[in-house]
Design a protein around this ligand. Structure first.
Ligand code: NAP
Length: 233
């Protein structure tokens, strides 16, 4: 009887006290490493990405290693409307999200006119629209609660124009500018909005996009990888 009570109490406490983080693109790179850190700190993990095999591998490895709840959502977030669908799917059937990490994104390289319109459109939706829509939906909920955190992953590409990575750099400038503005608004709501900017390395831009790049990573003008945060309090 006592054991049963203990089990029920544990279950109820978990339901009440477990905090959930939604990480877009949590199946590899920065997103995956962040998922591990959150899992290590007792968060329930919600991951959205487009490849179901990678999602199930990550689900198994995180739940085995950290014994925490891991839910995955297969969604191509480079399509209009995908962010809203995802958010409704999660909040409709799940506990509330207390931390949002907008991490999914990639960069196309090449001369602007040679990057396909659809390729560019998909990247811009993923890097900007999805991030802005998830932020908006999340903040609406969290302002009512009076707590919550958003981490929008930008890039040092946000700080200057990027010839041969024109729309990628511009999309990350959007992320930075949008996040700073929302962060300012959020001050009055006691909800922290965090911005992470990260330098890219060769591997990153060579994963997708045109092969004929003349970007700074080839000319050797890029600095070493780093993490920076604009110091707005
Ligand atoms: N790595 C760097 O040096 C660097 C530098 C500057 C900025 N960043 C920024 O940091 C973030 C993460 O970069 P990373 O290098 O860690 O990326 P990564 O290893 O390539 O991982 C990207 C993640 O996003 C997901 N993703 C990609 N396209 C998606 C789509 N259409 N819908 C849903 N999920 C999608 C991927 O999963 P699926 O493929 O399964 O969908 C994966 O989980 C990005 O926003 C990137 O712009 C990275």
């Amino acid at each position: 009887m006592t054991d049963m009570l203990l089990l029920i109490t544990m279950h109820v406490s978990k339901e009440i006290f477990m905090e959930y983080v939604l990480i877009t693109g949590g199946t590899s790179g920065i997103g995956y490493e962040l998922a591990r850190v959150f899992a290590q700190n007792g968060f329930g993990i919600l991951i959205a990405a487009s490849n179901s095999e990678k999602l199930s591998m990550v689900k198994n490895s995180l739940s085995e290693e950290f014994h925490t709840e891991v839910e995955t959502y297969k969604k191509d977030l480079s399509k209009f409307g995908a962010a809203e669908e995802l958010y409704k799917e999660i909040t409709g059937g799940h506990s509330e999200i207390s931390v949002l990490v907008n991490n999914a994104g990639y960069g196309l390289k090449g001369e602007t006119q040679n990057i396909g319109i659809e390729e560019d459109r998909n990247m811009l939706i993923l890097n900007m629209m999805t991030l802005a829509e998830l932020t908006k939906l999340f903040l609406k909920d969290r302002y009512q609660k009076g707590s919550g955190k958003v981490l929008n992953v930008s890039s040092t590409g946000a700080f200057q124009p990027g010839p041969y990575t024109s729309s990628f750099f511009a999309s990350k400038a959007f992320v930075l500018s949008y996040s700073r503005a929302v962060r300012y608004e959020a001050k009055t709501w006691n909800t922290g909005l965090h911005i992470m900017s990260r330098c890219y390395k060769d591997r990153f831009l060579s994963k997708r996009g045109s092969q004929n790049s003349k970007g700074c990573h080839e000319s050797g003008e890029c600095g070493p990888a780093c993490i920076s945060q604009p110091d707005e309090k």
